[in-house]
Design a binder for this molecule. Sequence first.
Ligand code: ASP
Ligand code: MG
Length: 800
Amino acid sequence: MKILKFGGKSLASGQAFDNVINIITDKANQGRIAIVVSAIGDTTDTLENILELAKTQQDYNTAFEAFKNRSYHQLADIKKELDVLSKLYEGVSLIEDYNLKIKDQVLAQGEVISSKILAKQLTDRGFKAVAVDSRQFFITDNNFGSAQANEELSKEKTQAYFKSLDQNTIAVVTGFIGSTEKGETVTLGRNGSNYSAALLANFTNADELQNYTHVDGIYTANPDWVKNAQKIEELHFDEANELANFGASILHAKTILPLVENNIPLRILNTLNPRSTGTLISGKQTIQGIKSLSVQSDVALIQFEGRGLLGIAGVDARIFTALANEEISVGVISQGSSERGIGFIVEAQDAELAAEALQKEFQNDFYTKDVNRISILKDIAVISIIGQDLSTFDKPYAALVKNKIVPILFNNTVTGKNVSLVVKKEEAKKALNVIHGQIFGIAKKINIAVFGHGLVGGTLIDQVLQSAESIAVKKNIALNIFAIGNSKKVLLSDNGITANWRDQLVSDSIPYTIKDVVDFANQNHLENLIAIDNTASGEFVKNYIPLVENGFDLISSNKIGNTISYDFYKQLRDTLKANHKEYLYETNVGAGLPLIDTIKLLHLSGENITKIKGVFSGSLSYIFNTYSVENRPFSAVLKEAIDKGFTEPDPREDLSGNDVGRKLLILARELDLQNEFEEINIQNLIPTDLQTIDTPTFLQSLEKLNPYFDKIKEGLKPNTVLRYVGELSGDLQKDKGILETKLVEVPTNSALGQLKGSDSLFEIYTESYGENPIIIQGAGAGASVTARGVFGDILRLADK
Ligand code: ASP
Ligand code: MG
């Protein structure tokens, strides 16, 4: 025989009810079945509410009438049950009180009504079915409200009943209720129908218990909290038991034990989705141990500190006895080997009582100062990773810390297959998602805030949106841009902006400070945060440290952060280290070329870099590559470069040499040199009188540059060309190096002399490579290569 149990929600709606009938029809054709039902929908709660109304002298009658008039109550003859309820309510309203015994009698009617309605529906459809009141065979103790079955007696009676029942008749048995030996009605505790079903399965030695719920089965985590939670196909009884301890009431030990005893498999199924295979729980070993996450949030942490109790025997026993006397059950327990204190979890509602009980028990020890503190920490949650082995716990743990979630305490069970973490309640959802993503290798979500949406920023956003799908497939990484800001306004979207972000920016962006972005990320539990600075702003750099302190990794194409004072440079690095965060800026020098990464690697591996020299600026590269070999005035070449968009809007930014100086400084600092920007020897190519005039006037006066450059060009030796180079030299093992940017002549056939277009070229001289430098060359400027470079930094961070 198979036992089918239907929960209250399965019977609540018309659709669900139809499904129940179909399922029963289907199963009844395959073999003998018996059914266990809960009360329909919210019946139990409603009956209890009416009871409260009656007790408190409120108008319980209206609510009771509404209950009686529910449409499904018209489907069967339940007059007897409604009369019982009516009398009980009336009595309670007269005496203005009730006890657990009365309450059980009231609540029990819900299940009786439910079984009658379902049995009637089945007989109406031509089945042989009978409503069976389980009070006739489930005999229990006197623990009203949460009774426990006397299994021997109940088994005997149940077997006798089923023996007498015609084989072809479907028994529709009430869940949740039983009776004492004296024949008084009891209930088996909320959700007790699961227990009833397990008992029935056990007593009748059923082949399987099929528990029809409103979910598809047991999940790797609550799908309401973790979007990509997955259904677990099979669980071992032991694993189910672990899950039960952490809130899966359907798997409560009380429910599982009767099944384990006779090795009866339990299948959790969905009434609303009869095709789903559900989750099977049995005595069969599952491969590789199943992992699942659960959260308990109605809990509090009690911390007990007693320095004077070091090594004294019996303290723990006193603690737990004091709690046991108040019937407070204790969850996660953590105690250091120093025995100076102990922390443990209780239900939130028990917290005060627990603290009081301990205060009382340890009153004397307070006087003697052996105990110094008993405190309650609320607003916490316990996350349990069931099936987690300590040997691989480092990964989820590291992912948590990387996301700035540091557990308040953690412990593992002695069997070593269950790790529990206590975290702040507000962090629980994020923590759950981080751990879940880590353990199940589910696409890691990277949440990105882009600041600056001009040429580089805008291109980057488009590139990310275009590649997101293929990156999700290839690398299992989900890129989510949740914020786009400029100096004034920001557009926020927790599920990520989409292709029409430019329009949205116009309609939906709002004035902001960086704190608003941080708060938004926190409120929406966003993990793996990256802030990208694509501005050219010195102002925005001030946000770097606050961002890092709030859990963001940083990426910038903006060079300013790395080239203002060395003090800031150092402070930022220290903050990054303290917060386990990264800062990538590959595009600061040579746009998308892998330059900084190469230098970092060489330096870290202990290779002595002795000199770095090269053409660092794409604009200056173009200008001098062209001017050196063409017979045109300098102003004409410059005008062309301006028109092609190779220069800054004011080309003096390039010709002043400051940009090259900045890049050089960034490389120098990469080698741990502590130079300041002011210490760079920069050759400014703008004659003094043209340095201070405004941009439009300057753009009108380009010819005035010609005499200066003509003279330089005339002085060139044969077979040489002009290049504007940056050079880092000196003893690079010291604190400071020599940084110079200058216009030089180089042989036409040298690497620098061969440079074409707007390419950049970097020569890295090292001790082991001697006179032959490592050369990195390629397009070193332009919005799209720069955006690609920034994208590369995103992927580098995402991989970590
Ligand atoms: N109807 C009872 C309750 O709601 C028992 C059950 O549903 O299992 O708790
Ligand atoms: Mg229920």
